[in-house]
Design a protein around this ligand. Sequence first.
Ligand code: FAD
Length: 397
Amino acid sequence: MYDFLIIGGGIFGVSTAIELAKRKHKVGLLNPDKIPHHLAASTDVTKAVRMEYGSDTEYFQMAEICIDRWHEWNDLFKEQLYHEVGLLMLCKDSMEQSTRSYEKASFDNLVSSGYKTDRLDAQALSERFPAFNPEVYKDSNYNPRAGYVESGRVVELMTAYARSLGVNIHESQTAEEFVIDKGQLTGVKSREGSTFNCGHAIVAAGAHTPYLVPELKPYMKTTGHPVFWLKCDSPTNFKPPKMAVFMAEISNTGWYGFPFLEKHGIVKVAKHTHGQNIHPDQNDRRVSDEEVEDMRRFIEESLPDLSNAPLVYTRKCLYTDTLDGHFWIDHHPEIKGLSVSSGGSGHGMKMGPILGEMTADMAEGKSHRFSDRYRWRHLTTDTVHSEEARFVMDRRI
Ligand SMILES: Cc1cc2nc3c(=O)[nH]c(=O)nc-3n(C[C@H](O)[C@H](O)[C@H](O)COP(=O)(O)OP(=O)(O)OC[C@H]3O[C@@H](n4cnc5c(N)ncnc54)[C@H](O)[C@@H]3O)c2cc1C
């Protein structure tokens, strides 16, 4: 009998399991197959960590706290999981222009919070970050307090840490049905035929969350986003300090990428935009030829040295999208002992160091300084999508 049963071994689930175990609760966690699961959104080689959230000061503050904690986790796990290589916001024209409100507001938030950043014109960009086409990017900002995490490795080490705290990790167990008695959840049945009795179940199943909790379907959906690995044989200009995590006019194009990854010999780029509506179990998650051509056009214009770089791997990774772009951390409105921690909406990994405490507080019926806007809420197709970095037409997804 568990006090809390976590459904899902991604960053939302494992960070919550650790926090609840630290609070001396009896915790179990279910996940299909192995953790990190090969199809999980958290399972990747890199995820960006940034405070650059446009005019959104709450995500700015959350990211600020998380960056400190990512450093602590490097110490805790005795491994460099978070690489503070900095973040480069590239703009094709002056940041002061209205079409670049995301970049300008992010820059203003950094400066007004006392962070020293380097504003670069085309000349300075070509000297400092020579891989980028200075003909294209006229105004950029480099913030050294940012970087990327090795997200799959993070989840792997956190799972081992959760086990060491007494969390029962049940791999190869897929939650399928809730056992509910007079409106109170008492257990979870798995597809593999087991029943797990618990006082409270927390659904942190990523893209499968709206399928396990169908009441969420009007507010939460699954979208697919392409990721590209380009083989880089001459990495000199693609390594820090000549390269950083970069966002290339991201709020108007969606394009972003990472420095050269020694372990894989590649430069990874991806697109943070609408994505494609996908059912997590009914789609082959193949990246289309059109998406590859779109990537080639971006590379040719922005990183010409990679124009002929072989494409060695592609992946369609899934966002658990809420219509407003905010996480979803709350109790189910009708079923007692059932709650949700999900809705990463393409930007949840960096918040790993704070998601666990936010979810544990919610589960224990406490409020957290950052809990209000992630509560159960009514959203419609008219809801404005508010994650400002994301290239979303008409701010609707
Ligand atoms: C292409 C891409 C790029 C991204 N880039 C960034 C970035 O740069 N920075 C950033 O901060 N965030 C980024 N994100 C977002 C971030 O990866 C996600 O918000 C976060 O990883 C979501 O974590 P999760 O735990 O909700 O889901 P997941 O990591 O998907 O984990 C869910 C887990 O639940 C399990 N599960 C599913 N169904 C069941 C079931 N029935 N029973 C039991 N377990 C189940 C799955 O196997 C999986 O292990 C990106 C996401 C994508 C897709």
